[in-house]
Write a protein that binds this ligand. Structure first.
Ligand code: PHE
Length: 447
């Protein structure tokens, strides 16, 4: 059982919503469609799905299991398993914490844009035309202001702890997001041009597949399931012992992949609908114009095409997206906060505020030097650090921890696991195949 002063998720549904809330975020709605659109559509989708099933899902089980066994922050949990080498536990726990903070520092900027797009139509409605324009126009002032607002929101939730803050918000709002997605997808398919997008999304063109695409797909899968950085480890540590980890992880992975798939089903057709409506999406040579901005060009044009209803739907959509981003950003901030709280014995409230401010300083730095820093920070943390930390967790599960102790931990919520095929395959798979496969994906371009 968790020690009584640690938080715990109050129900399995609450946990699934919180973990899915952490997983579902800009990675699904911005990252995945952008990558799919710029990497040839269906070919990327297929490789992404493979990466999810073959690497990300097994690693999600691994991270949740480490956390639940440790019942502590990532540094503390790793220390409990790595009993003969505490230094490595602290080193990698700290690396995870820094990576989570790094991700949050660029994520907050993007999430800020969502706020801008959500508030802009309201400003227009009340006659503040130029403010409405400013909110959706790229600029350092706007980026910084909106980032600050988003970070304050993140700190506000994390301050309140597990059941009261994180769980309550996720359980209420995630289902609404799913429903709105469905409605928009149905609408987009009634529009001219949608079928071209559907074709790009579902009919593979294998010419696009190369080493770089596979690295991107792997990074995207790790990013989307919030792996490597200790976020799932911390969430696992708030999980009660009677929960069936593989099953719960499966549900979280399915929700996450489902939302990414639906986001693609909305954005790719919407791209072609926007094109049919005269918005420039591709350059003369057929390249995507400014892929990072794609979603922010295509969606407003979709809402515009819906007339007055579109304004309302647009506000609702971006509001929900801000919430999806928030349920992810709180998971990121929870990593360093739990470390500070438990390792340094600093109160949660204070930890959340201090760390929120420190990360905000980095965010503002990135926002102010957007062209030079943004891509670098995003690529280093998500494409490289997340999968590489995954390799470390695979080694911890497979080589450091005893197989018996591992079995015992999972068995508590799944007594019959010994008899399943999952148990026959998974431990050896995580021990050998996962680390080798992850490293090979990186090495491939050099072979
Ligand atoms: N999975 C989140 C998303 O898709 C991002 C995330 C990464 C959240 C790492 C927590 C930790 O947006």
């Amino acid at each position: 059982m968790a020690s009584s002063d640690r938080g715990q998720f109050s129900s399995r549904f609450g946990f699934i919503m919180a973990a899915a809330g952490s997983a579902v975020g800009l990675g699904n709605v911005w990252g995945f469609p952008t990558q799919t659109a710029s990497n040839g559509g269906a070919a990327f989708l297929l490789i992404y799905l493979l990466m999810m099933a073959l690497l990300a899902f097994p690693m999600l089980v691994a991270e949740l299991t480490i956390g639940r066994y440790g019942q502590s922050n990532p540094i503390g949990s790793l220390r409990k398993i790595w009993t003969n080498n505490r230094l490595l536990a602290v080193l990698f726990g700290t690396t995870a914490m820094l990576t989570a903070s790094m991700i949050l520092s660029f994520y907050a900027i993007l999430a800020g844009w969502l706020i801008g797009f959500g508030v802009s139509p309201i400003m227009k409605l009340i006659g503040l035309q130029s403010l409405s324009e400013w909110l959706i126009t790229f600029g350092t002032g706007r980026n910084v202001l909106l980032t600050v607002i988003f970070m304050l929101m993140t700190v506000f939730v994390v301050r309140r702890g597990v059941a009261d803050g994180i769980e309550k918000w996720s359980s209420r709002l995630m289902p609404v997001l799913f429903a709105l997605f469905l409605v928009l997808i149905i609408y987009i398919f009634t529009q001219h041009g949608a079928m071209d997008g559907l074709k790009m999304y579902l009919v593979p063109n294998w010419e696009h597949v190369n080493g770089g695409l596979v690295v991107n797909a792997m990074g995207q899968a790790f990013f989307s399931l919030s792996l490597g950085v200790g976020a799932m480890m911390v969430y696992g540590s708030y999980l009660s012992k009677d929960v069936n980890i593989p099953k719960t992880a499966g549900q979280v992975a399915i929700i996450d992949t489902g939302v990414a798939f639906f986001a693609g089903l909305l954005i790719l057709p919407a791209m072609f609908v926007a094109k049919a409506n005269g918005v420039q999406i591709f350059s003369e040579t057929g390249e995507l114009i400014s892929s990072g901005n794609l979603v922010f060009t295509v969606l407003p044009s979709l809402f515009d095409s819906m007339g007055l209803v579109g304004e309302i739907v647009g506000v609702a959509f971006f509001a929900l997206m801000v919430i999806a981003a928030l349920t992810s950003s709180i998971a990121m901030l929870e990593v360093p906060v739990s470390c500070l709280q438990e390792e340094m014995k600093i109160k949660r409230e204070k930890s959340a505020i201090i760390l929120g401010l420190v990360i905000l300083v980095f965010s503002v730095l990135i926002a102010a030097n957007f062209d030079t820093l943004f891509d670098w920070v995003a690529t280093a943390s998500t494409m490289y650090m997340q999968p590489l930390l995954g390799v470390v967790w695979a080694i911890v599960i497979g080589w450091v921890w005893s197989r018996n102790a591992l079995l015992k931990e999972i068995q508590q919520g799944y007594p019959e696991i010994e008899k399943t095929w999952f148990w026959r395959i998974w431990p050896i798979y995580v021990k050998v195949v996962c680390p080798i496969a992850i490293i090979m994906v990186f090495a491939y371009p050099f072979l």
